[in-house]
Design a protein around this ligand. Structure first.
Ligand code: NAI
Length: 213
C-alpha cells in the first residue's frame, strides 16, 4: 500500500481503533460497519471513513469492514507487526510501574534493560530484568539492538542522558521527564505528561460546573 503524508491527528487516533478492533476480534466479531464502529467508539462514521481513507479505505465492501483484516492493517501501520526492544532509565516509582506492566510485550515492545544511578537499586529485579548501573548503559544500548529508551528520571539529567542514548544509536525516546529534548532529526520523541491529561480533566470539570450552575 502506498502511504501518503498522514497527519499526526490521524496517527493519534489509530491506537484507539486498534484497541477497539482487538476487543471485537477477541469476542469473535468478523465484520463491522463504520456506523456500528462509530456508535461503539463515540466518533462520527464520517470521521472513521475519512481516517481510513488515508490508508486506502481498507476495502469496505458490502456489509462493513473485515475486523481481523482491519486490526492487522492498522497494527502494521503502527509498526506493531515488528518487535522493539526497550530500556527504562530511572528505576524509581514510575520506571518500575512501567517495567512491571506486562501488556507492552503483547504489542511487541520487549523490556530488555533497566538503569539507575543509585547503587542501592542496582541488582534489584523488576519483572525478571536486573537494574544496571548507568556506566553500562551505552554499551548495552549498542549491543542489544535497543530501539526505544524510556526516560523516567528527573528533568535535570534527562537532556544529558538523551544525548548519550542518541550517540549510541537509539531510535526513539519515550520521554516522561518534564523537559523538552533537543534531538537530531530522525530520532523520534514522544513526550508523555500525565498532568496534562489531569489539567484537561480539571478544565472539563470547571466547564461543566459553570454550564450547570
Ligand atoms: P523517583 O524519584 O521515584 O525515581 C527517579 C529515579 O531516577 C531514581 O531511582 C533516581 O535514582 C533515578 N535517577 C535520577 N537521576 C538519574 C540519572 N541521571 N541517571 C539515572 N538514574 C537517575 O521518581 P518517579 O516518581 O519515578 O518520577 C521520575 C521522573 O518522572 C520525575 O522526574 C518526575 O517528575 C517524572 N514524572 C513524570 C510524569 C509524567 O507524566 N510525565 C509522571 C510522574 C513522574
Amino acid at each position: 500500500m502506498e502511504e501518503k503524508e498522514i497527519s499526526q491527528a490521524v496517527i493519534g487516533r489509530l491506537p484507539r481503533y486498534f484497541r477497539y478492533l482487538g476487543e471485537l476480534k477477541d469476542v469473535g466479531v468478523e465484520r463491522i460497519s463504520s456506523q456500528e464502529l462509530s456508535e461503539l467508539m463515540k466518533v462520527t462514521a464520517s470521521q472513521i471513513r475519512q481516517d481510513f481513507n488515508n490508508f486506502g479505505g481498507f476495502g469496505q465492501q458490502g456489509y462493513g469492514y473485515n475486523v481481523e483484516y482491519l486490526y492487522k492493517e492498522i497494527g502494521k501501520i503502527l509498526g506493531l507487526d515488528q518487535t522493539h526492544n526497550f530500556v527504562i532509565i530511572g528505576a524509581g516509582n514510575l520506571g518500575r510501574a512501567l517495567g512491571n506492566y506486562m501488556n507492552f510485550e503483547r504489542r511487541g515492545f520487549i523490556f530488555r534493560g533497566m538503569f539507575d544511578q543509585n547503587p542501592a537499586l542496582v541488582g534489584q529485579d523488576v519483572r525478571g530484568v536486573k537494574v544496571r548501573p548507568m556506566e553500562e548503559l551505552e554499551q548495552f544500548v549498542r549491543e542489544n539492538d535497543i530501539d526505544i529508551a524510556v526516560l523516567t528520571i528527573p528533568k535535570t539529567s534527562a537532556v544529558e542522558v538523551a544525548d548519550k542514548l542518541v550517540h549510541n544509536g537509539i531510535k526513539a525516546i519515550w520521554n516522561f521527564a518534564h523537559v523538552d529534548l533537543n534531538v537530531p532529526e530522525g530520532i523520534q520523541v514522544e513526550n508523555v505528561h500525565l498532568s496534562d491529561s489531569l489539567m484537561k480533566l480539571s478544565y472539563n470539570i470547571n466547564r461543566y460546573m459553570k454550564e450547570n450552575s
